[in-house]
Write a protein that binds this ligand. Sequence first.
Ligand code: GLY
Length: 338
Amino acid sequence: MADRRDFLKASLLGASALAVASQTSTVRAASKSAAGARVISTWDFGIAANQAAWSVLAQGGHALDAVETGVMVPEADLKNHSVGRAGYPDRDGHVSLDASIMDADGSCGAVAALEHIAHPIQVARRVMERTPHVLLVGEGALQFALEQGFKKEELLTPESEAAWKEWLKTAQYQPSVNSEVHDYGKTGIPGGKGNHDTIGMLAIDAQGRLAGACTTSGMAWKLRGRVGDSPIIGAGLYVDGEVGAATSTGVGEEVIRNAGSFLVVELMRQGRTPQEACREAVMRIVKKRPNASKDLQVGFLAMNRHGEVGAFAIQPGFSYAVCDAGRQDGLVPAKSVY
Ligand code: GLY
C-alpha cells in the first residue's frame, strides 16, 4: 500500500514537474519568438492594453494584430470615459468615436464620428482591408460597420449620461478645450491624472514590423460632428516601416494644425531620436500658440524602427506604458515643456 502511495506521489510530482517544465519551455519559446518585440501606449490605461497586445507579440504575432487587440481593452472598459464604450458624449448626448490603424507599408484605415459601435478600431481595420478608402465618417461609417456584421449598441452608459447632464447645468452648452479638467480631472492640471484622452499604441514585432493604432471618444461635450486628431492619418497616428511610428494624445485641433505624428516621423527620418522628434513637434505647437498652449495638453509618443522609444508633452502628467520581454507593466513619465 505504502509502495502504491509512494508510486502515486512520485507520479504526481513527476507530472507536475513535467507541467512546470513544459510551461517554462513555453514561456522561453514565447520570449524567444518575441525577442526584439515591444509595445508602447499612452497613459496608465496603456498598461492593460499593452498586456493584451503582448499576448499577440509573445507568440511571434504581427504588430498590426497586436495593436488592434491591445486598444480594444480600453475601448471596452466601462470606467474609461475617453475611449470607446462609456466615452463621454458630445454636447447633445451622442457618443461618437474616432479611430485609426496603420501598417508599416502605409496601409491605413480610419473611422470618425462613428456612433453605436463599441470597437471602432476593428471597423478602421476593415476600412483598410476591405475598401479602397482610408476614412469613413458618421452615418456612412455606421452603415459600413453594420454591413460588416458589427452590432449596433447604445454606448452611453448611465454614469456618462449623468456626467453629461451635470455638465449641461453650468456649461451653457459651450464646448471647451480640456473640459475634462472640471469633472474628473481632480488635479486641475490639463493632462494630469484623470484628465486624459485617447489611447495611441505603437508596436514592433519580433520580425521588426511596425504598426500603430489610435482610438478615442474625443473631447468630452464637443460640438456634434467634431473630429479630433485620432482618426486623421498623419495627425493622431503615422507609421513608416523604414523610419518609425508616432501617435498623439491631447487637444486634437493642435495636433491636426501641425500634422503632428507625420512631423515626428519625418524628424526621426532626419536623424532625431524619438524623444527629440516628439519634443520638436511639441515646440512647434507651443511656438505657434504660446498663450493658448499654457492651458492645453498635447503629448507625442514615438518609436523608431529599432524599437527605441521617446515621448514629450506640453504639460506635466503625461505618461506612457511600455511592455517587452523584459518588463510587462512599465509606466514612464514623459518630459514636458512646463
Ligand atoms: N486627441 C483626441 C482628440 O482630440 O479627439
